[in-house]
Design a protein around this ligand. Structure first.
Ligand code: M6R
Length: 603
């Protein structure tokens, strides 16, 4: 996820930086701007936050320009460095492009463009857009951008400026947001309304496949066919603070609602004809021909690792061990050349996880990292990395990153299984459909989850239970509730209750039970009855249509009927929303819970 801002109609360079600053929450590993003067393109871009860019610009901040585009980056292709920062340029340094999203076919496009003589200088997917616009430019910028986007596969919001076309800037979107506005003297475009509302509260949200041509006095919207589109004006009432959070009260809630998009982005470019492909692992497949997999992680990432194990075992029996990093690093572990170590860390900076990586490497083991932060320590020390491409996660409680981790781990399990001859087109297809399922689920069920959460807000202890793949979901649900609502919550394998924990239960100790219609449903229902017999109130996550279970529980949250392997995704979201609404009803500091840090860089 990155932030894009641009204006046309006259202003100071500093206004580009100020606009960008308001989008910094969308990405902050590098920042850059571009503007043109007298047919010459000026670009300034650097690693670091927007304020570092401001320092570099120094006296240029007061320069008057007609138009400019700006970008704050969260790397997906290419480590954060000055070359990979946006804007990216064409061979002649006439065209500047800023981009948010993932171009899935960029390698193929780059190969073709290189054969045609284009010279590439960065590792980004974005650079192909600048060269495509260069290729198609014939005096008409809108037309060149229109032709360029027809070649692109994947997701994008892009802004394009041409040094020879000073009275126009062009933007386009597919699956990454862009908003356009004008006050009649200047026109603006940005990734969200935050930097626009000081100029105009009447905005147009671009739809997928649309382009916007901005001139000083107005903007026009076009389909990718070139046909002009009537504008749908929205009047925005949000404050700037609310706009940053997309109108949500907290980043955590916004990030939960980003989950369908996160799944799409994690899948992007990794499925072809119902088979998983990981370009990142090309030439490395021999390291996947293993007979043992160790998974190492902390907290939420550890729970994602546990689900990976359960999922992999549905594909084939396999020797998989999942361990928390703070334990693993002190163990006398066995590793040989047929052991693969998968290390999961959203931040890529968790101290115990990094020490575990060093232990594995000192024993000659191979490390495959799964991370959200390009260029983080983990990704530099691992042999290979698969990025989840979730965009910055601001809330301390991990939500969308968890869903991104699950998505990549499922793909990885299928990919490894393929090296042993496995073929599961039905599962790949189910993953492809998941973003839409998740989206519809959130639209239809968020209110119910909120109502149930508000009913249980007075309780101080919760028991989360599940079986099989949904046992780690119980652990994760309990962790979410603990960290943001400061409520005691324990997660257990449902079958383990009678070995001790059931002694805790009474009418003051509710049970959160995952009882979806998988192969362990009947066993789960027996466990629920055991808890009911101790007078516990039971909130159950059930599959739509299961009315029989209602007799044995107090409150139900229904999820749609799915293949069993997909339930952990929706169950995870239910528990995240439940924890969120309990914490919100108590008016707690949800995005920054007490005693916690986003990156745990100490042991
Ligand atoms: O950045 P990492 O994935 O390595 O972080 C691991 C844990 O610290 C993290 O998941 C933590 O448990 C979260 N606050 C959970 O919401």
């Amino acid at each position: 996820m990155c932030g894009i801002y641009g204006f046309i109609g006259g202003g100071k360079v500093e206004e580009l930086v100020n606009g960008l600053k308001k989008l910094e929450y969308r990405g902050y590993d590098s920042a850059g701007i571009a503007f043109a003067k007298n047919g010459k393109l000026f670009v300034e871009k650097h690693t670091g936050k927007v304020d570092q860019l401001r320092n570099f610009l120094d006296s240029d901040l007061s320069l008057r320009i007609n138009a400019g585009i700006a970008h704050t980056r969260w790397a997906s292709h290419g480590i954060p460095n000055d070359l990979n920062a946006h804007p990216q340029m064409d061979c002649q340094h006439k065209i500047a492009v800023v981009h948010n999203g993932i171009i899935e076919n960029y390698i193929q496009l780059r190969d073709e463009l290189e054969i045609e003589g284009h010279i590439f200088v960065s590792q980004t997917d974005t650079e192909v857009i600048a060269h495509l616009v260069e290729k198609y430019f014939n005096g008409d910028l809108l037309e060149a951008v229109r032709k360029a986007i027809l070649d692109l596969e994947g997701t994008y919001a892009i802004g394009v400026l041409h040094a020879d076309v000073e009275d126009e800037i062009v933007f386009a979107r597919r699956k990454s947001p862009l908003v356009v506005a004008t006050d009649g003297k200047r026109s603006y475009c940005a990734s969200d309304v935050t930097p626009l509302i000081s100029s105009s509260r009447d905005v147009v949200f671009l739809e997928d496949g649309q382009l916007a041509k901005l001139t000083a006095e107005k903007f026009e919207i076009f389909e990718s066919s070139g046909k002009a589109v009537e504008k749908k004006i929205h009047h925005v009432e949000w404050s700037e603070k609310a706009a940053e959070k997309g109108g949500y009260k907290h980043f955590m809630l916004k990030e939960i609602h980003e989950e369908p998009r996160v799944i799409s982005d994690a899948l992007a470019g990794r499925i072809s004809k119902n088979e998983v492909i990981f370009r990142e692992l090309e030439g490395w497949s021999s390291n996947l021909n293993v007979n043992k997999i160790n998974v190492i992680a902390c907290g939420t990432s550890y729970h994602a690792g546990l689900i990976f194990k359960y999922f992999f075992e549905t594909l084939r029996p396999f020797n998989i061990e999942v361990e928390v990093s703070s334990e693993y690093r002190y163990r006398n572990v066995f590793i040989d050349d047929r052991t693969l170590t998968i290390v999961i860390s959203q931040s890529g900076e968790t101290a115990d996880t990094l020490e575990s990586v060093r232990l594995v490497k000192s024993l000659g083991g191979k490390v495959l990292a799964i991370s959200n932060v390009v260029g983080s320590t983990l990704t530099r020390e691992a042999d290979k990395t698969l990025y989840i491409n979730a965009g910055p996660e601001i809330s301390v409680a991990s939500t969308k990153a968890y869903v991104g981790q699950l998505t990549v781990l499922y793909l990885l399990a299928l990919y490894i299984d393929k090296t042993f001859g496995g073929d599961h087109p039905d599962i790949v297809e189910s993953l492809r459909k998941l973003p839409e399922i998740m989206d519809n689920f959130m639209i239809s069920s968020t209110e119910t989850i909120k109502e149930v959460a508000e009913k249980y807000v007075g309780y101080t202890n919760f028991m989360y239970i599940g079986r099989g793949m949904n046992y780690p979901s119980a652990l994760e649900g309990a962790l979410k509730l603990k960290e943001i609502s400061y409520t005691n919550a324990v997660g257990y394998q449902a079958g383990e209750l009678k070995h001790g924990p059931i002694a805790l239960l009474d009418e003051k100790f509710p049970v959160m039970a995952v009882a979806v219609d998988d192969k362990l449903h009947n066993k789960m229902m027996s466990n629920i009855l055991e808890t009911k017999a101790r007078n516990a109130h039971v909130v159950a996550i059930l599959t739509e249509g299961d009315t029989e279970a209602l007799k044995s529980i107090n409150d139900a949250i229904y999820v749609p009927k799915l293949p069993s392997h997909l339930y952990p995704f929706l169950v995870g979201t239910v528990f995240q929303l439940f924890a969120y609404y309990v914490a919100d009803a108590r008016d707690l500091n949800i995005d920054m819970p007490r005693n916690l840090a986003k990156s745990v860089t100490i042991e």
